[in-house]
Ligand binder design. Structure first.
Ligand code: UTP
Length: 276
């Protein structure tokens, strides 16, 4: 059973400036719930109630969101507004929330390594909450991956087919198909040109990682953009042992980009809240 989930939330969110000048991008609401709460709810559904955040300067609102707001709760107690806090109260009651700061933004791989002190020697989930994943037909994406981890006991990355014109934005896998939607990874390339991409299967922001990834990350030199890339560490892990890629069931919205964020907002408003 995987108990812990890491949320790297230290990035600057420059694509959303000026909104993210003094507010974390992970607190942007899709309709009335911040992105990071969708991610935490997905992790908890998968049994990962121990939530570890890798934060940075200017991210205090995230810590406050997962704590009681005494004055506010007192103010609306007994009014018809109280029910609006039910979902976050439930999350707070079920989980524990720990934070560590990434002092320099040296990349996602570095952010994950910074989380080591909160995770320790056990397998863990990783959620990039700017990827909003929804599965209205069944279990959430992380729950689907946790189930696979029980069978395979190795690192698993979530992948999605993307059009050729988008492939240069992602880490891309090459691998052998094992069964429908499941691949054993041979190779991974971070942000390839379309012509060099080994497939159209792009890694999105959900991972299950085994703890040997920390030693590998410590030895991983900065790659694309001078950042320590998790893709490079996963490539080393695949070479030494096994990494699986999983084409998940459900939908994913790239809420780190403005079009994806707008699409997610429309989707949630219509399908989740049932509004026209
Ligand atoms: P992004 O590539 O989306 O970067 O990071 P960003 O800074 O958040 O956003 P833009 O591109 O400037 O608009 C992917 C994820 O990795 C985290 C981010 O918080 C985001 O969840 N991250 C990235 C870190 O925690 N630390 C880093 O050094 C880099």
């Amino acid at each position: 059973m995987i108990r812990k989930c890491l949320f790297p939330v230290a990035g600057y969110g420059t694509r959303f400036l000026p909104a993210t000048k003094s507010m974390p991008k992970e607190m942007l609401p899709v309709v009335n719930k911040p992105l990071v709460q969708y991610g935490v709810e997905e992790a908890m559904e998968a049994g990962m109630t121990n939530c570890a955040f890798v934060t940075g300067r200017g991210k205090r609102a995230i810590a406050d969101h997962f704590d009681i707001s005494y004055e506010l709760e007192h103010q609306i107690a007994g009014s018809n507004k109280e029910s609006l806090l039910t979902s976050i109260r439930d999350v707070i009651d079920r989980g524990t929330f720990t934070m560590v700061r990434q002092r320099e933004m040296l990349g996602l791989g570095h952010a994950i390594l910074t989380g080591e002190s909160l995770i320790g020697p056990e397998a863990f989930g990783v959620v990039l909450s700017d990827d909003l994943c929804l599965n209205e037909e069944g279990p959430g994406v992380l729950a689907q991956m946790a189930e696979l981890y029980r069978q395979f006991r190795c690192s698993i990355v979530a992948v999605q087919e993307v059009p050729e014109s988008e492939i240069h934005k992602y880490g891309v896998i090459a691998g052998e198909a094992m069964k429908d939607g499941l691949y054993r990874v041979d190779r991974m390339v971070e942000k390839p040109d379309a012509a060099d991409a080994p497939s159209n299967l792009a890694i999105i922001g959900r991972y299950i990682l085994t703890p040997d990834i920390f030693d590998i990350l410590r030895e991983t030199p900065p790659g694309a953009n001078g950042e320590v890339q998790i893709t490079d560490a996963l490539q080393a892990q695949a070479r030494a042992g096994c990494v699986m890629a999983y084409r998940f069931k459900g939908q994913r919205f790239d809420c780190g980009s403005i079009p994806g964020f707008v699409e997610a907002t429309n989707h949630v408003y219509h399908h989740v809240y049932g509004r026209d």
